[in-house]
Design a binder for this molecule. Structure first.
Ligand code: FAD
Length: 291
């Protein structure tokens, strides 16, 4: 069964985790440990990120192959269209198909310099994620997911963001996963803008536990919104003790997740950074609070 079918059927929120492909042998050991420790929690899927310009193509495909061959997990392979021709993209889609991967997260990707750098299509490539959804659907029976932005995509507007989500659904996308965010209200507003525009995609909430103080500014940059002051204060108060930072970061993430679950979010997608401790801790907190 594909994930979109599962989402329609299950009455519980789904749980999924995101990994990035390891850069070296030491990274592979870390990833394997995270997979080994998270698999017993039965994630509904695991996803593997893809280098913005195809730079990590082989590493992404290698990590996906590894997970497919060594676990029973449902894998969602990411794919971006930055700096690649249609022919190159088709090759990756077909390789996913050959590996038995039936789920692809179709993304545009960014130019070097991040989401605010002016995006240029490859001369023989695609212009946006909507066109990538179309391409993936044209190559086989794939279930396709797309990105959504509770704090608005950097450089975009709320209206354009929702128009893009409508276009991606019309092109065949069946679910969305959000960029990380810190305010439950941002998620609620995104979903109500989507529904008002007729976009019915289920939106999984992407959540990330802060595990080090250094991550704070990077997260804020990714989400497109600054970290709320009260969260900065709570983390700042324990800054000198890395273990306390991790605990407070997990606590903050669990509070966000609890509120989202109360709002009826269809699923939580954890940006794990290839670690498992914080994700396992948060899940345990969520389960304990439900009983
Ligand atoms: P698009 O949907 O293409 O949007 C980009 C711009 O194009 C927007 O301004 C939009 O309004 C416009 N647009 C879209 N469709 C249309 C249309 N039909 N007509 C006119 N305009 C349109 N990046 C990576 O490099 N690798 C990853 O693995 C990766 N994984 C991610 C996972 C998640 C869950 C998320 C939320 C993001 C991820 N990203 C990843 C980041 C993503 O590539 C960037 O955020 C990028 O800037 C936007 O990607 P997008 O798919 O939303 O682009």
């Amino acid at each position: 069964e594909n994930f979109a079918g599962l989402l329609m059927r299950v009455t519980r929120p789904t749980f999924s985790v995101e990994f990035f492909p390891p850069r070296d042998d030491a990274g592979a050991v870390v990833l394997h440990r995270a997979i080994r420790e998270l698999e017993p929690l039965h994630p509904d899927f695991v996803s593997v990120t893809y280098g913005a310009n195809g730079s990590s193509r082989e590493r992404t495909l290698g990590a996906v192959r590894d997970i497919v061959e060594s676990t029973g997990l449902r894998v969602v392979g990411h794919l971006t269209c930055t700096a690649q021709s249609v022919t190159q993209l088709e090759e990756v889609i077909d390789t996913y198909g050959e590996l038995g991967v039936r789920h692809i997260l179709a993304l545009r990707g960014d130019m070097p310099g991040g989401p605010l750098a002016c995006w240029q299509p490859h001369p023989h490539g695609l212009r946006n994620a909507t066109e990538l959804v179309e391409l993936v659907k044209s190559r086989g029976d794939f279930c396709v997911g797309v990105a959504a932005f509770p704090d608005i995509h950097p450089g975009s507007t709320p209206g354009d963001d929702v128009a893009a989500l409508c276009a991606k659904q019309a092109a065949g996308a069946e679910f969305a996963i959000t960029q990380l965010f810190f305010r439950p209200g941002s998620y609620r507003e995104l979903v109500s803008r989507m529904r008002a525009a007729g976009c019915t995609l289920p939106v999984l909430a992407g959540v990330m536990p802060v595990t080090t103080i250094r991550q704070l500014d990077k997260f804020a940059e990714l989400s497109g919104a600054p970290l709320p002051e009260h969260l900065r204060t709570r983390l700042g108060a324990v800054a000198s003790d890395p273990e306390r930072v991790r605990q407070v970061g997990s606590q903050i993430c669990a509070e966000l997740a609890t509120e989202l679950l109360g709002d009826g979010v269809p699923g939580l997608h954890f940006f794990t950074q290839n670690r498992s401790v914080a994700t396992r801790e948060i899940l345990a907190r969520l389960l304990a609070s439900r009983h």
